[in-house]
Design a protein around this ligand. Structure first.
Ligand code: S3P
Length: 433
């Protein structure tokens, strides 16, 4: 267990080389595994979650080589995966478990997927129920609601499914299952989560059509194997958000995050920070790896409280812990609502954010679907001992809070950052801390 102790710096300035996007990194391995040809992926995220995906996909017989952040995947084709001889260990990664459960539902063999204690405590009925509706044979602990999950691949049907929650993991599990299905899949309902799977599938030649209200996937036929897709993974906006908030709340700061993914399904944090009065500039907008990308510059700002809810939530769900830190340093009240999904993350992020921000001196109350807090533009935060609870995004959010807290902040279980941002502490120290 590592504890990191931080004091607020007088100035905060830097140009940060961001790690590759976590969601896109996972998908680049999983989709290329069933493609035809060899893909070279650069700026791949070497976080524990994405390494779990690599090791699970290797256990399915796919040849994957990695040198630093460059990964080479030799596609096995749509029916080329093999039955693994051991349980697939997804570690802490919900994306690995849920996307692979979908893909393997349509592969002709048996698999068991499991992970660490946090992952085994997270809800899985959200995928097992709709997969069963497509004809999948999938079960697990707690009547199929908890990992370990057991999957016996079968010939799946397509069909229609109305997504009740805006979850890209659920949506992607269904799209991956339907790849080998017998008929088209139509998704309606909450399709408004991040769309990296749909974008990558299209770039590989898979027939996925999206409208405002529906996603339709035509299954692959014998003749149509997706083509391998080489790409450079754009910078992760969920990692960049820590530096954006750090710059906005610090009185003498300017932070530059070049090459960050600006996919509109991921930029809710920028919209909220702008609404809170943050000084944000976006430059050099371009397209990389089928995703919009740009350089984001944030400077010291006078923030005011805000309302965060509704359709914004799926566009910033992973950024809510650090946005709560921003709200604690903003004048007035902030209300976060419609975010009950926070309770199903690596920790119950409503409970853990409220408890930690209280320890840092914030007036904050939990609600069933979010939280309400009263901030202070002169940062009333005071240093304290806080926990990550093994949750990577909490460790980094408390590091950002420490940059403006009075006195010393000690972050326990700080090594949790390895899940999505292994260089986080090194980068923070390179900024002069
Ligand atoms: C992810 C989707 C989101 C997000 C997670 C990554 C993905 O989860 O919180 O960090 O890559 O599909 P949900 O699909 O559960 O909302």
């Amino acid at each position: 267990m590592t504890t990191i102790t931080l004091m607020p710096p007088r100035r905060l300035r830097g140009i940060v080389t961001l790690p590759g996007d976590k969601s896109i990194s996972h998908r680049s391995i999983i989709l290329n595994a069933v493609a035809h040809g060899v893909a070279e992926i650069t700026n791949f995220l070497i976080g524990a979650d994405c390494l779990s995906t690599i090791s699970c996909v290797r256990a399915l017989g796919v040849n994957i080589e990695r040198q630093g952040t460059t990964v080479r995947v030799v596609g096995a084709g749509r029916k080329g995966l093999c039955e693994p001889s051991e349980v697939l260990d997804c570690g802490n990664s919900g994306t690995t478990l849920r996307l692979l459960a979908g893909l393997l539902s349509g592969q002709p063999f048996f698999t068991v997927l499991s992970g660490d204690a946090s992952l085994r405590s997270r809800p899985q009925r959200r995928i097992t129920e709709p997969l069963r509706a497509l004809g999948a044979w999938i079960d697990g602990c707690a009547n199929g609601d908890r990992a370990p999950l057991a999957v016996r691949g079968v010939d799946l049907q397509g069909g229609s499914y109305e997504l009740p929650i805006a979850s890209a993991q659920v949506k992607s599990a269904l799209l991956l299952a339907a790849l080998n299905g017998a008929s088209p899949l139509n998704l309606t309902g909450r399709i408004d989560s991040r769309d990296h799977t749909e974008r990558m599938m299209r770039a590989m030649g898979i027939d996925v059509q999206t409208s405002e209200t529906t996603i339709m996937l035509n299954p692959l036929s014998e003749l149509r194997t997706p083509q391998a897709l080489s790409l450079r993974v754009p910078g992760d906006p969920s990692s960049a958000a820590f530096w954006w908030v750090a710059a906005a709340i610090h009185p003498d700061a300017e932070m530059v995050t070049p090459g960050v993914c600006l996919n509109p399904t991921r930029t809710g944090a920028l919209d909220v920070l702008r609404a809170m009065g943050a000084r944000i500039e976006v430059a050099n907008e371009r397209v990389e790896g089928n995703e919009p990308v740009g350089d984001v510059i944030v400077r010291s700002s006078q923030l005011r409280g805000s309302e965060i809810g509704g359709a914004l939530i799926p566009r910033l769900i992973d950024e809510l812990p650090v946005l709560a830190v921003a709200a604690a340093c903003a004048e007035g009240e902030t209300v976060i609502r419609d975010a009950q999904e926070l309770r199903a993350k690596e920790t119950d992020r409503i409970a853990t954010v409220v408890e930690s921000l209280r320890a840092l001196g914030v007036r904050i109350e939990p609600t069933a679907d979010g939280m309400t807090l009263t901030g202070n533009a002169d940062s009333g935060l005071r240093g304290a001992v806080v926990h990550s609870y093994g949750d990577h995004r909490l460790a980094m959010a408390w590091a950002v809070a420490s940059l403006v807290a009075r006195g010393e902040t000690a972050i326990q279980e700080a090594d949790a950052v390895a899940v999505s941002y292994p260089d986080f502490w090194e980068t923070l120290h390179s900024l002069g801390l």
